[in-house]
Design a protein. Structure first.
Length: 152
């Protein structure tokens, strides 16, 4: 859990213990794992493992969190917990999420960027704006078609 912090700084055992707890609390995982901190993470559920990854990121106190499909292969309850966590964290961090789940993007984001491959198969920015604008009144017809589910 504290590996990234150990690489970048010298902290005492007490400081590391405090950081581990605060990071696990920040990832809404502390109450579920506090009695099993020395056990392997492989025993955690998929949703718990995902929140552990987020906790590891929080431990190094980043300015930006990058999340690539943070809820892929998770059940609806775990997805709900991750989305709730994202909403809680976005007041403290800039969060960039890559997702193909349009409903999720509309639920958790303030701004949305739509990228699509052009004829050269290179991904290009098609449109960027407030999530409300992108999902209700997009300017580009390709964006309208994608968010409406007409392709992709």
């Amino acid at each position: 859990m504290a590996y990234g912090v150990r690489i970048f700084s010298r902290k005492s055992r007490a400081e590391l213990d405090e950081l581990v707890e605060s990071s696990l609390r920040g990832a809404a995982l502390w109450d579920e794992v506090k009695d099993d901190l020395n056990k392997s993470a492989l025993g955690l559920s998929g949703g718990q493992q995902q929140r552990l990854c987020i906790a590891r990121s929080l431990a190094v106190q980043p300015k930006v969190l990058l999340m690539d499909e943070p809820c892929s292969a998770l059940d609806p309850i775990s997805t709900m917990k991750i989305e709730e966590l994202i909403r809680d964290l976005k007041d403290r961090f800039t969060i960039v999420i890559v997702t193909h789940n349009m409903q999720q993007a509309s639920r958790v984001s303030d701004f949305t960027a739509f990228f699509n491959a052009d004829e050269t198969r290179i991904g290009r920015l098609v449109e960027y704006g407030s999530t409300t604008k992108i999902f209700t009144d997009a300017s580009n017809p390709r964006t309208c078609d994608y968010v409406a589910g007409r392709f992709g």
